[in-house]
Design a protein around this ligand. Structure first.
Ligand SMILES: C[S@@+](CC[C@H](N)C(=O)[O-])C[C@H]1O[C@@H](n2cnc3c(N)ncnc32)[C@H](O)[C@@H]1O
Length: 220
């Protein structure tokens, strides 16, 4: 069975502000503290896929441009209409859209930076979403993704393969070894940086951070 996240579930969660606890996720601090170490050309924009109510892309914008002047457009997309309505009310300078991660409405090779935090493991077809990320990133464009991998968060399931489980909210999610996720990246045009790069930025579980770039650029 493939995970089929219910937009209704997320709509209710966002209406009840139950997402706010996610803002302080330690992995977000790891990514934000790492950003200044990368030479980033945002190109036609930076995008957060599954942005919820917009906290992370807003914080990323502050890191990218502490004086508020230099970065390109910031975008956030989410399948939940409630999340996007709240995000728009909170951050009027960011472009938010209701959109499915499997079909990104952005021009090919246009974006310089993509984030997605805790989203791909909930998608019915994560490899298709990775192909979309590769399509809309410009060559050399960077991605910073976080998704749980088996063995990093869980040690009780060691049979690798495509199977679903329930996350703490009762939503289905993929539980896969990092190696399995890496295979998906290798089949797309996305090149992963070594997982240990996230440890250098304070990550306790470096194997849940998937950072890298769209092939075709000049390398890091
Ligand atoms: C665990 S939440 C993480 C939210 C946010 N990234 C954060 O860290 O606070 C998962 C998010 O993925 C979104 N989502 C689920 N399926 C999606 C899809 N097919 N396309 C876009 N967003 C999706 C949900 O609405 C929800 O906002």
């Amino acid at each position: 069975m493939r995970p089929k996240p219910s937009a209704g579930f997320y709509d209710t969660l966002f209406q009840e502000n139950r997402d706010q606890a996610w803002n302080d996720a330690p992995g977000k601090r790891v990514i934000l503290s790492a950003l200044p170490d990368f030479i980033l050309d945002v190109g036609e924009g930076a995008l957060d896929i599954g942005c919820g109510t917009g906290y992370f892309i807003h914080e990323a914008g502050r890191v990218l441009s502490p004086d508020g002047l230099r970065h390109g457009p910031l975008h956030g997309i989410d399948v939940s209409r409630s999340a996007i309505e709240k995000a728009r009310a909170r951050y009027s300078d960011i472009h938010f859209s209701v959109m499915d991660a499997h079909a990104l409405g952005f021009r090919a090779r246009s974006l310089g930076l993509i984030f997605s935090y805790g989203v791909l493991e909930h998608l019915s077809h994560p490899a298709e979403a990775l192909a979309e990320i590769a399509r809309v990133l410009r060559p050399g464009g960077r991605f910073f993704l976080l998704l749980p991998s088996l063995g990093a968060y869980r040690h009780d399931r060691l049979d690798e393969g495509w199977y679903t489980d329930l996350d703490p909210n009762g939503q289905p999610q993929w539980n896969l070894f990092r190696r399995t996720w890496e295979d998906m990246f290798e089949k797309s045009a996305l090149r992963l940086y070594p997982s240990d790069w996230s440890r250098r930025h304070g990550a306790l579980n470096p194997e849940v951070f998937f950072w890298g770039e769209r092939r075709g650029g000049g390398g890091p």
